[in-house]
Ligand binder design. Structure first.
Ligand SMILES: [Zn+2]
Ligand SMILES: [Zn+2]
Length: 648
């Protein structure tokens, strides 16, 4: 890909918009995503240019011009939105809309609307999946809130993990930048993240403490502290005329052998007197029996391993396990070890903790990675990102010898202090294999005799404890895949709740507590809930067309044919140019190309014979149809076929 010549810059292309650029002989082809236009930089070829892409499909009526189909789809989506306005909640009604974080783990966001006021809890993000190639990340759909911007009184953030704050920069600017309430560390985390979005307005942050009380419009809101892998995690109490709505954010209980510590009991003591109308709570670990392992056991386990280790120790944990990371530094210090922090997210998080005043390493404890060889191996502890086998993380680079500043040595001990996030199993296996080739000792979650990792989310017994403590009238399970929410519902019922008082939501479900707080219903309307995909600088919920193209390109590639037609005779001026990517190796398929050229020639002649003036659209459609069908017959592949016609 060459640099784009200035004179073919598409004036419609706003800065940052994605485009692709091909150079073929003298022809420059520039196309913007979702914009079916092509610009050609050759004064000779200016008469008629048209573009559309085609793909052979085995369904009935099988060849579809893709560009046209897309247009129709977009139109119906538009009409559907406009024809289905959602009325405001009636007087005395409490409306709850989980906008993200149900039907999935990640991008948590819930809106609560009472009277003229809306408050929003959390705005998380989710990383791309294999279904969304090329996407940077995904945030919750904010359409409902955007349409009611003037009612949004507050964004309240429970804690600083990305599945709760990752969407903040983009979401806040879309919903009118309301005041943003959270505790100190979370606010600092959000401000740090906001630095990456310098084009957006600054956040209107309000630092609160767990004993703060705020008013968002007429809604009174209180807080309580919860135990999680991140300090400053916050539970929320929203007061309504019929009792309060309780949502603890991510939590597990601070307990030893099932006995909740007095400190933790004290945090939740207010619930003994609270009339709880609704509980909304985390379902992430609903499938795990017993209590979640308390973090203190992990601290003890890691301390033992650090004490026993004779060589260098490398520990890789989630950069989000803030409490543990700080503890590791403290333990290393106590054994007179120097600590290296390697990996961007890890460094950033520890910097923010230092700024918040909760992480206070002694001067000289933290050393740069370049200095490791200045100390004996038993005086070195290295913390690295990458226990999930992430491709460019510090540990992966060290494992495959592409780390510029650090080399793994035989005799090092590597502790993978995390579980494997589902979907990362193969990547982690590759990582372990690569590490093993260095003659290191690997200690991982499942093989370790010591506790080296604990989840930050409560297991079944933590969850049951909270249900008993809150004794809510209504319950909405959140944070989890649908089957987890259903399991959570079953557990709530096993504790005595009746089924009609529980609603398992989908993203965008509109739930209302009606009849003076006596009934909970699910409205038939839904708030827009399509995921908003952040793709470079563009954000939107209608990028499924682009994503679908990427998936198809990944599977079958593309096939571009460029035909130059004499507008007088209707004949090809020269042999058509053919470009393909990710389809088949053209050099070894000369016979196929020869046949394709013959089909192009015949199609063009058939379509132009006796026609005046020449209809370029019909030639293009016929070419798309004939070539995609032919390619499918010969190769059983369905590349995206793009005919480009030039007339002279
Ligand atoms: Zn969390
Ligand atoms: Zn979370």
């Amino acid at each position: 890909m060459n640099e784009i010549p200035k004179n073919i810059q598409n004036p419609k292309l706003k800065s940052g918009q994605r485009f692709s650029y091909h150079k073929q002989g003298n022809i420059h082809v520039l196309h913007k995503t979702q914009q079916p236009t092509i610009k050609i930089n050759n004064p000779i070829f200016h008469k008629k240019i048209s573009r559309g892409s085609y793909q052979y499909s085995n369904t009935k009526g099988n060849r579809r011009p893709r560009a046209e189909a897309q247009g129709i789809q977009n139109k119906t989506a538009f009409i559907k939105n406009k024809a289905n306005p959602i009325p405001s909640p009636e007087k005395g009604v409490i409306r709850i809309i989980p906008l993200g974080g149900v039907e999935e783990i990640g991008k948590n966001m819930t809106a609560i609307e009472i009277g003229n006021d809306i408050i929003v809890i959390d705005a998380g993000m989710q990383f791309k999946t294999e279904d969304t190639p090329g996407i940077d990340y995904i945030i919750p759909n904010t359409t409902y809130l955007e349409e009611r911007k003037d009612k949004v009184r507050a964004m309240i953030v429970t804690h600083g993990h990305l599945d709760h704050i990752g969407g903040i920069p983009l979401v806040m600017s879309r919903i009118g930048n309301p005041p943003l309430y959270s505790r100190n560390l979370s606010i600092l985390m959000m401000k740090k993240r906001q630095e990456e979005f310098s084009h957006l307005p600054p956040l209107n942050t309000q630092t609160i403490e767990k004993d703060s009380v705020i008013y968002a419009g007429d809604i009174r809101i209180r807080f309580f502290g919860v135990t999680h892998t991140m300090p400053d995690s916050l539970g929320i109490v929203i007061e309504t005329p019929y009792g309060s709505i309780i949502t603890p954010g991510d939590y597990k209980l601070d307990q030893i052998d099932g006995v909740v510590t007095p400190k933790e009991e004290k945090e939740y003591a207010f619930l003994n007197k609270e009339k709880v109308l609704l509980l909304m709570t985390d379902s992430t670990n609903i499938e795990n029996e017993g209590f979640a392992l308390p973090e203190i056991k992990v601290h003890e386990g890691l301390e033992k391993l650090i004490r026993q280790g004779t060589g260098r120790i490398i520990i890789s944990a989630f950069a989000s396990s803030i409490t543990r990371l700080m503890k590791i530094v403290e333990v290393a210090e106590s054994f007179g070890k120097k600590v290296v922090l390697d990996g961007r997210s890890l460094k950033t998080n520890m910097e923010v903790c230092e700024q918040a005043g909760i992480f206070k390493p002694k001067k000289g404890t933290i050393i740069p990675v370049e200095d490791v060889d200045k100390y004996p191996p038993n005086k070195i502890l290295i913390m690295m990102t990458g226990a999930q086998g992430e491709e460019f993380s510090a540990l992966s680079r060290a494992a495959n010898k592409t780390h510029k500043k650090f080399t793994i040595r035989s005799g090092d001990t590597i502790i993978l202090s995390s579980s494997i996030v589902p979907g990362n199993e193969i990547a982690v296996q590759h990582l372990k294999d690569n590490l093993s080739r260095h003659g290191v000792h690997i200690i991982s979650y499942h093989t370790s005799e010591e506790y080296i990792h604990a989840t930050g989310h409560g297991n079944q017994e933590d969850i049951k404890w909270l249900h008993r403590k809150t004794h809510p009238k209504f319950f909405i399970p959140i944070h989890g895949w649908h089957s987890m929410l259903v399991k959570h519902k079953e557990i709530a019922m096993s504790l005595g709740m009746s089924e009609e008082n529980i609603i398992v939501p989908d993203n965008g479900s509109i739930i209302e507590i009606v009849d003076n707080g006596t009934k909970m219903i699910l409205r038939k309307e839904k708030a827009p809930s399509g995921p908003m995909m952040v793709d470079g600088f563009s954000i939107g919920d209608e990028q499924d067309v682009v994503i679908r193209d990427r998936v198809m390109l990944a599977q079958d590639g593309m096939f571009v044919l460029i035909a130059t037609i004499d507008s007088v005779t209707g004949k090809l001026r020269k042999s058509p140019d053919i470009i393909s990517r990710g389809f088949i190796y053209l050099k070894e398929n000369q016979e196929l190309l020869h046949q394709v050229r013959l089909i192009i020639k015949k199609t063009v002649e058939d379509e132009t014979h006796g026609v005046n003036p020449i209809n370029f659209d019909s030639i293009k459609t016929a070419l798309g149809d004939n070539i995609s069908k032919f390619l499918f017959q010969k190769t059983a592949k369905r590349p995206i076929v793009i005919p480009v016609l030039l007339s002279i």
